[in-house]
Design a protein around this ligand. Structure first.
Ligand code: ACO
Ligand code: LMR
Length: 273
């Protein structure tokens, strides 16, 4: 009889073996005629088709996080690499490699932590203090230049969209209560863009009518939300690389007068023992 060969790879999101590629069985011709990039992310990342208000939110995240100027760590790295003559992909990767727990990569942890604490009705002060006791920072809180008096407009704009379209905003509202508490400690401990994207995305997942709260957590555990920041900020990094190339900027060398040279005393060689 027929012997079925076992495959080395299983793929459940797309198929390129037919006449027309499909994303979770939706032919790309259909996607091209009446779907958006938010729908494509919904299909390929989450294997579902979220309602339009939700895929529009995904697109607004892509727009709002696409760039934050040349001074943020990732854009700076991209610019330095481009000015060292590196190609576009290398310059982009140089920037992407800075995305992590301090910069742009706190989205997943913020979503998971805020949602867990909110669902379990942990008082915000207790939530902050328990992290502090463990020597951990509150992911999604804090900014180098944004303060209570100079809030991050992006956070407000995304929240305004959510207020108009989301069925629930409990995780975001909880994150705002955490911010109210951390702002009593220092005025730059604002809810940042990572925290806003994370908490709002958790609310979006909770509002699409597909997942229970524990299923939302399972989706968040996949770690896709840092991917959303990465995808969005790649647009900006590519822009910065092209900007430098276009202007034929020379090799970047950091100025001496911006470095505190602080070598210790010259050491004597340690004696073998
Ligand atoms: N939770 C608790 N305490 C904090 C936090 C936080 N999120 N952020 C700063 N602090 C405290 C520090 O522990 C420190 O306290 P100390 O003086 O008692 O030691 C004080 O605030 C100053 O810390 P710095 O590291 O100098 O703060 P800075 O302003 O440089 O940090 C940063 C900014 C890196 C964003 C920080 O707030 C942080 O790590 N936040 C959590 C991670 C995060 O959300 N990152 C995403 C930022 S948005 C983006 O990148 C797109
Ligand atoms: C960003 O979007 O890159 C930030 O909020 C971080 C920053 O320092 O501006």
């Amino acid at each position: 009889g027929e012997v079925r060969k076992t495959t080395n790879v299983v793929c459940t999101i797309s198929n390129d073996t037919g006449e027309e590629p499909t994303y979770v069985r939706v032919p790309i011709s259909e996607i091209m005629s009446d779907h958006t990039i938010g729908d494509v992310i919904s299909l390929l990342w989450f294997k579902t088709l979220f309602p339009k208000w939700a895929t529009k939110f995904i697109e607004l995240v892509l727009v709002t996080a696409a760039d934050h100027g040349p001074c943020v760590s990732g854009a700076h790295n991209t610019i330095v690499a481009a000015r060292a003559g590196k190609d576009l992909i290398s310059s982009l990767c140089s920037g992407l490699l800075t995305i992590g727990p301090r910069f742009g990569g706190a989205v997943d942890a913020a979503a998971i932590n805020f949602k867990t604490a909110s669902d379990n009705h942990i008082p915000p002060d207790e939530f902050v203090e328990s992290l502090k006791k463990k020597g951990q920072r509150v992911e999604g809180i804090g900014h180098r230049i944004k303060t209570a008096e100079n809030r991050d407009k992006r956070v407000e704009l995304l929240a305004n969209y959510a207020k108009e379209h989301f069925p629930r905003m409990d995780t975001f509202n909880y994150a705002k209560k955490v911010e109210a508490y951390t702002l009593q400690k220092a005025n730059n401990l604002v809810l940042n863009i990572d925290g806003a994207i994370g908490s709002l995305f958790a609310d979006m997942l909770g509002g699409v009518g597909k997942y229970t709260d524990s299923e939302v957590m399972e989706v968040l555990e996949l770690g896709g939300l840092n991917g959303l920041f990465t995808l969005s900020r790649s647009i900006g990094f590519i822009g910065h690389a092209l900007d430098q190339k276009r202007m034929k900027q020379p090799l970047y060398r950091h100025p001496w007068d911006d470095v505190l040279y602080a070598e210790p005393e010259r050491p004597s060689r340690l004696v073998d023992n």
